[in-house]
Structure formats: structure tokens, C-alpha cells
Design a protein. Structure first.
Length: 181
């Protein structure tokens, strides 16, 4: 058995690929990733040139609009990548190719991700309040509003993540049934 390299693990983690990273999946990931890189590279290249030229006359406008515009472009590229991966079923969950350890991890992925997200929101939001409004960190940390917000965030995010994983499993099963017919 060939040991997975660190880059293979990163690729699988970033694109949500379960099971082995075979040659077909690697080619599709490389092709789509290269297209996204090219779009983002030229966007940054020309965007920075335009922002640099405009910053002499409108520095405040560039400082406000340029980061928001970049975020929108990055989200559009990420959304199109996600859609293309969903259509090509590269990141579909193939249960028969998963190890026993990976199958156990899939059972409670929503619980784990919800817990991590809830804790980070519970600890992070008072930090934002401290930095922006200069409120006391520990007072904000143990406020009822922050605790309820952390619990609500954890439950909502965990449910969404579990739903997405279940949808991917369902998609993989329906794809396997189509292939058998």
C-alpha cells in the first residue's frame, strides 16, 4: 500500500474527497484548481494595478470597496468550484472505499464541527467586542447573550454540516446505483 503524502492529504481535505485519491480524481482536481488559480491570479494582478492607480485620487474609496470586491470575486470562484465538484461527483462519499476509521468519523462529523464552531464563536465574539467596542472580555464572555449565541451557532452549524454530509452520502449511493444499472 502506498503511503499518502502530505500534499495528497491537503488536497483531499481541501476539496472534501473521501477514500483514495486516484488518478482520475487527481486530474479533475488539478484541472479545476488550475482554472480557479488562473482566474484569481489575473483578478489580483489587474485588480491591484487598478487599485494602485485609483488610490492616488480616491484612497478612501479604494480602501472601502476593493477588499469587499475581492471577497465577492473569491466567493464566486469558490461557489463555482463547489458546483463543478458536485456535478462531477469528485468529492462524493464512496462508503465501500472508506476505512473503518473514516466511516466512524463520518457518523458524528456534524457534532464535531458544530462543537468546534460553537466554541470558536463563544471565545471569538467577545474578542471582537473587546477590540471594536473596548468592552471587557470576560464580562462579554460570560454574558447570557454570548452563551446562548454560542449554543445556537453550534447547533445550527452542526446540523447544516451533518445535512451536507448526509446529502453527499445519498448522492454517492444514488450514483453507485446508476452505475450498477
Amino acid at each position: 500500500m502506498v503511503k499518502e503524502t502530505f500534499t495528497d492529504k491537503l488536497i483531499k481535505r481541501f476539496y472534501g474527497i473521501t477514500g483514495p485519491l486516484d488518478e482520475q480524481k487527481r486530474q479533475q482536481v488539478d484541472r479545476m484548481g488550475n482554472k480557479a488559480f488562473i482566474v484569481l491570479f489575473f483578478t489580483l494582478l489587474f485588480g491591484n494595478c487598478i487599485a494602485f492607480l485609483l488610490s492616488f485620487k480616491y484612497p478612501e474609496l479604494v480602501a472601502r470597496i476593493y477588499p469587499v470586491l475581492l471577497l465577492i470575486i473569491i466567493l464566486v470562484v469558490a461557489g463555482s468550484l463547489t458546483y463543478k465538484f458536485k456535478m462531477s461527483a469528485v468529492n462524493a462519499i464512496e462508503e465501500e472505499e472508506l476505512t473503518e476509521k473514516e466511516q466512524k468519523q463520518l457518523k458524528h462529523v456534524g457534532l464535531k464541527s458544530g462543537l468546534y464552531f460553537g466554541i470558536s464563536m463563544f471565545l471569538g465574539m467577545p474578542l471582537v467586542q473587546f477590540l471594536v467596542d473596548h468592552k471587557d472580555y470576560f464580562t462579554e464572555l460570560f454574558s447570557i447573550r454570548n452563551m446562548l449565541s454560542g449554543i445556537f451557532d453550534a447547533i445550527l452549524f452542526g446540523a447544516i454540516m451533518q445535512g451536507l454530509v448526509n446529502a453527499r452520502i445519498k448522492q454517492a449511493k444514488s450514483q453507485a446505483e446508476k452505475d450498477e444499472q
